[in-house]
Design a protein around this ligand. Structure first.
Ligand SMILES: O=P(O)(O)O[C@H]1O[C@H](CO)[C@@H](O)[C@H]1O
Ligand code: HPA
Length: 378
């Protein structure tokens, strides 16, 4: 039933995404009297196919459930007895304790104290090569970090300075379609917050829905449409941890206005204005590319570009009070015409990244170099 292909240490999408918040209290309650299961991300936590062992586990683990509950924030969205459940019962990655552990591990392994965080999109990891005096950690070596499974995402965390600014850069991000729980793919944002990051810069590759856009255009994201969010797939679903942010964060100012203006100014100075756009990014779950009908629908809904990332990171970063700036490289045109022979494919996405990489890197690094100056305004 759950034979989807997954990254290592991963919960299949079929399990995680269908356990919508509405079901959580019921599932969690039944779990608390049956099974705690293994590490986060372990399917067995939900009691799938292990009926006989469940009863034994419940007796031996009940005291640890209560112990954990005493150290964690109570779920605030539902009336569940606090001695039965803890935050970690709901959050399959991205709990405060996990993020703290990861941040502390990183802080003890590097002298860099980043104020800028960068996430590189598909084929756009070259940005990390611009970082001076790099200290590099493979994701597989970092406690609680997922691993990159997508071609074009190297899976390395790079600390150092970019134009003199201390920064940390994800050379490769995580996507819903890789099978990770949504809290796990956004865990790095919370870790960055705990490291001291104030400004997040994300890049991605995206399909152009706006008919005026050309392949190779760079779109400043001014707003997003969170399609998975409409179905309850939101990284903040579940109990809110006030240590990170408020229960209902505002998203009407998700993409920082001053940073967008700064990018326009920088692009103008660099002579990039002819390929710079500003528009709305729509995230889908992927990994299948969109149908023609879906592209038409998204375009009519007001989306200029479509992709499978970034929005979840932005939601978590904004929740934690970090400023966000995001760029989409239009790597291909979304197919909107039934007579078209064009077909979206990942190779084209990576190739466009290679062609525009240098200018994108220059744009981002120059924006970063001006952050301090702009910081006075914030
Ligand atoms: O958003 P990034 O990580 O750039 O990757 C984009 O490219 C991949 C499709 O080619 C998808 O993962 C899509 O989201
Ligand atoms: O056309 C696309 N659709 C979705 N995601 C993408 N990422 C790059 N191009 C695309």
């Amino acid at each position: 039933m759950f034979s989807v292909s997954c990254a290592p240490d991963v919960v299949p999408v079929a399990v995680t995404h269908q356990t919508t918040p509405a079901l959580w209290p019921i599932r969690a309650l039944s779990r608390s009297v049956t099974s705690r299961g293994g590490r986060d991300g372990d399917v067995s936590r939900w009691g799938v196919g292990k009926k006989k062992k469940k009863k034994k586990k419940s007796r031996s683990r009940s005291s640890s459930i209560i112990r954990e509950a005493e150290h964690n924030v109570e779920p605030s969205c539902c009336s569940i007895r606090s001695n039965m459940l803890s935050m970690s019962d709901f959050v399959s990655g991205g709990s405060y304790e996990q993020c703290r552990e990861t941040a502390d591990w990183l802080l003890s392994n590097t002298q860099v104290r980043p104020t800028v965080g960068i996430v590189c999109g598909s084929g756009l990891g070259g940005l990390a090569e611009m970082i001076k005096d790099p200290e590099i950690f493979k994701y597989s070596d970092i406690p609680n970090f997922p691993r990159s499974t997508v071609h074009g995402h190297a899976g390395r965390l790079v600390f150092g300075t970019l134009k003199g600014k201390p920064c940390v850069c994800m050379q490769g991000r995580f996507h819903l379609y890789e099978g990770y729980p949504i809290q796990k793919i956004t865990l790095p944002m919370r870790v960055f917050k705990l490291l001291g990051v104030e400004t997040m810069i994300m890049t991605n590759a995206a399909g152009g829905l706006n008919q005026d856009y050309k392949v190779g255009d760079v779109m400043i994201i001014k707003d997003h449409i969170n399609m998975p969010g409409f179905a309850g797939v939101n990284p903040l679903a579940g109990p809110n941890d006030d240590r990170f942010g408020v229960r209902f964060p505002c998203m009407s100012d998700a993409y920082d206005r001053e940073l967008r203006q700064l990018a326009h100014d920088v692009a103008s100075e660099l002579g990039y204005s002819h390929f710079l756009r500003e528009g709305v990014y729509c995230v889908l779950g992927g990994p299948s590319f969109e149908t023609i009908a879906e592209c038409r629908m998204l375009n009519r809904l007001g989306a200029d570009a479509v992709g499978m990332s970034t929005v979840h990171e932005v939601i978590v970063a904004r929740h934690a009070g970090m400023r966000c700036f995001a760029l989409s490289l239009i790597s291909n045109r979304a197919v909107m015409d039934y007579d078209s022979q064009e077909k979206a494919n990942h190779e084209e996405v990576l190739e466009t990244g290679r062609q525009r990489a240098e200018q994108l890197e220059k744009l981002v690094s120059t924006v970063v170099s001006r952050l301090e100056h702009n910081n006075n305004n914030f």
